[in-house]
Design a protein around this ligand. Structure first.
Ligand code: SAM
Length: 215
């Protein structure tokens, strides 16, 4: 397996840099971890939120709450992660995992299609950070709403834009890949953000995330 060397490298580095966390480790052992951010990426989200002093975070796509827990751990007592998840059957799992992490007061899950949840939001205080990690076909729609909901100088991160190099291969018309391409085309002409893609390699293979700042 081509990625095994990077899985082992991630494990090696994590053994020095990432403290044991029973609630997160329980999710790593579950089926949900396959589609969650990697452990190192989860910690990076946590550090990033600490760096920008984030208080209010919006997540698009919760799955089992793995990234939500990493992010909520970075927030002050009055901070909040609002996490949007399509699958109503996952809500109980997310809430159990969040409770297990002692973070029930900081994570709120909203079930249903994320786009309509976002479109219905008129927050009094804008978000400091939006993490987009759901159906990739809707990346651009989520990004447009995220721009409306995030503060000036706030950050929007879009996961899985690397897709093993797929987006630059124009013969690859998989809807997830098209979702990345459409987002890149949109941002090219967008004067409201500055963005860059950081490619990643690790236990999740070759991928990348897009990091954008709302001007
Ligand atoms: N952010 C999570 C983590 O790292 O732990 C992983 C999220 S997983 C990659 C994508 C999630 O998006 C799935 O749980 C899926 O059910 C959800 N999803 C898919 N389409 C959606 C939609 N239209 N609205 C909200 N959530 C959606």
């Amino acid at each position: 397996e081509a990625y095994e060397v990077w899985t082992r490298s991630d494990e090696y580095h994590n053994s020095f840099l990432i403290k044991p966390d029973a609630a997160l480790e329980a999710i790593v052992k579950s089926n949900s971890y396959e589609l969650a951010v990697s452990t190192a990426h989860g910690k990076f989200l946590n550090l990033l939120l600490l760096s920008i002093g984030a208080k209010r975070v919006l997540e698009v796509g919760s799955l089992a709450g793995y990234s939500a827990i990493w992010m909520a751990r970075a927030l002050p007592d009055d901070g909040e992660v609002i996490s949007l998840e399509l699958d109503p059957f996952l809500v109980q799992t997310i809430e159990e995992n969040v409770k297990n992490a002692g973070l029930s007061s900081k994570v709120k899950v909203i079930a249903g299609p994320a786009l309509s949840s976002m479109q219905g939001m008129q927050p009094e205080t804008p978000f400091d950070f939006v993490f987009i990690d759901a159906d990739k076909e809707n990346n651009t729609n989520y990004f447009i709403e995220a721009k409306r909901l995030v503060r000036k100088g706030g950050v929007i991160m879009v996961d899985n834009v690397g897709q093993s190099g797929g987006p630059r291969k124009l013969q690859n018309t998989h809807p997830w890949i098209e979702g990345v391409r459409q987002l890149l085309r949109y941002i090219k002409d967008d004067t409201e953000v500055e963005a860059t893609t950081i490619h990643t390699v690790g236990e999740k293979g070759f991928d990348g995330f897009l990091y954008a700042i709302r001007k």
